[in-house]
Design a protein around this ligand. Structure first.
Ligand code: PGA
Ligand code: ZN
Length: 414
């Protein structure tokens, strides 16, 4: 049984405050987790409150329903109590940041009470030998670095890596190779919020540089490294004009679909996230039909990471929400979903989205946020649910915390 829940403000990777929760049980279980925070958030996400307000509201409304009332090992019960305490459907009363920190801390306390690693407690005992492929953000701009590329993330996707460790190091090698290539071009580059290089170059140049780096590292390491994108197109979309804005240039929806399809062909992209606006199911559907092999098309590996289709992934489109995902399934919009527990507020809700996706042959990609902490819950979640991919950056302590935890899990050392 949960005997105490402590909440505090701690720093995230951008230097902003976020919510951390400690959960204790009467059997000696202890769990600690912190909420991440987005910059290019979807308009349909659960509501993040200012941390001080979220903590005060959770203390008032949620703690009385948790302490002495629920078992940390019963995740559904914990998360139902959080929903009941909030009462709004989008966590605008207690804050999705308080909710997700408590939900994840309770899971860890439940695992600790059982003496099991978190990924086992979350269902990992039935996982296969496969590990999630880490998508590594290596060049980026958009809301994560304003003076850099319009496209938010250029990603390395080491789909042919023989192990998760080799995949993690492959992404780091691509990141390092890009630094050399930018140097050769005389381009200075700082880093964006997720540790990706943020050079002041055009999207076209970024495609060239990342394409070259991926090819170089692929030949060096001898296994397939794919190329992916998170376009975060809702941030580019001007709803009044109905166009995507790339600096001085604009693209209509039809032109945007053509542009993405051309880039998929030219760079053999294995993954494109949010290629269209967060309300454009129709556009997602058109693009999926064109390059995604259709939403329910079978693939060689039975839905695993080496899919012979380009993954068209909904992040801001689906916001880890089963109703929005169901709309996508019904309209064949996309063939993959990004899973961010803080978009929906609890681990149970995130699991529901993963389950619905898997039943409908949508690939699942477990994801960090641009504002992160050292919390490693998503690494365990990805392994526990046999996700095809995990997107959690390439370098930087709050990113390597998850990547190193994946390496440890693979080594059975957690
Ligand atoms: P965010 O970006 O965490 O700033 O929302 C990550 C993403 O769009 O995938
Ligand atoms: Zn995204």
């Amino acid at each position: 049984q949960v005997t105490s829940v402590a909440l505090r403000r701690v720093l995230d990777s951008r230097g902003n405050a976020t919510v951390e929760a400690d959960v204790l049980t009467d059997s000696g279980g202890f769990g600690r987790a912190a909420a991440p925070s987005g910059a290019s958030t979807g308009e349909h996400e659960a509501i993040e409150l200012p941390p001080g307000a979220a903590i005060a509201a959770a203390r008032e409304h949620a703690l009385p329903r948790l302490v002495g009332e629920v078992y940390a090992g019963n995740q559904r019960e914990v998360d139902a109590a959080l929903h009941a305490a909030d009462g709004t459907g989008n966590f605008s009363e207690i804050g999705a940041n308080s909710a997700v920190a408590i939900s994840m801390a309770a899971a860890k306390a439940g695992a600790d009470a059982l003496g099991a690693p978190l990924y086992q407690h979350l269902g990992g005992t039935f996982r296969g030998d496969s590990f999630p492929v880490p998508l590594g953000n290596v060049v980026g701009g958009g809301e994560h670095a304003k003076e850099a590329t319009h496209i938010q993330e250029f990603l390395a996707a080491p789909v042919g890596a023989p192990s998760v460790s080799e995949a993690v190091f492959a992404n780091a090698a691509v990141h390092a190779r890009i630094s050399e290539l930018l140097d050769d071009r005389g381009v200075p580059a700082g880093k964006g919020d997720e540790g990706a290089w943020a050079p002041p170059i055009s999207d076209g140049e970024a495609f060239e540089v990342v394409g070259e780096a991926v090819d170089d590292v692929e030949s060096e390491l001898g296994f397939e490294i794919g190329f992916g994108l998170d376009m975060a197109a809702a941030e580019l979309y001007d709803a009044d004009e109905g166009v995507y804005v790339y600096g001085d240039q604009t693209r209509s929806t039809a032109e945007q679909v053509d542009y993405v399809a051309d880039m998929v062909d030219e760079y053999d992209l294995v993954y494109v996230e949010d290629p269209l606006d967060e309300n454009d199911y129709e556009g997602f559907s058109a693009l999926t039909a064109r390059v995604g092999g259709g939403a329910s098309a079978p693939n060689a590996s039975g839905g695993g990471p080496r899919a012979d289709r380009t993954l068209i992934c909904g992040d801001d489109l689906f916001v880890t929400n089963v109703e929005r995902l169901q709309d996508g399934i019904d309209t064949e919009a996309g063939n993959a979903i990004l899973i961010k527990p803080n978009q929906i507020g609890t681990l149970s809700d995130a699991f529901d989205a993963i389950e619905l996706a898997t039943e409908n042959r949508y690939e699942t990609v477990i994801s960090h946020r641009s504002g992160e902490t050292e919390d490693t819950t998503i690494a365990h979640l990805a392994v526990a649910t046999d996700a095809g991919f995990i997107k959690t950056g390439t370098v930087g302590g709050e990113r390597t915390a998850k990547l190193n935890e994946l390496i440890r899990i693979a080594d059975d050392a957690v």
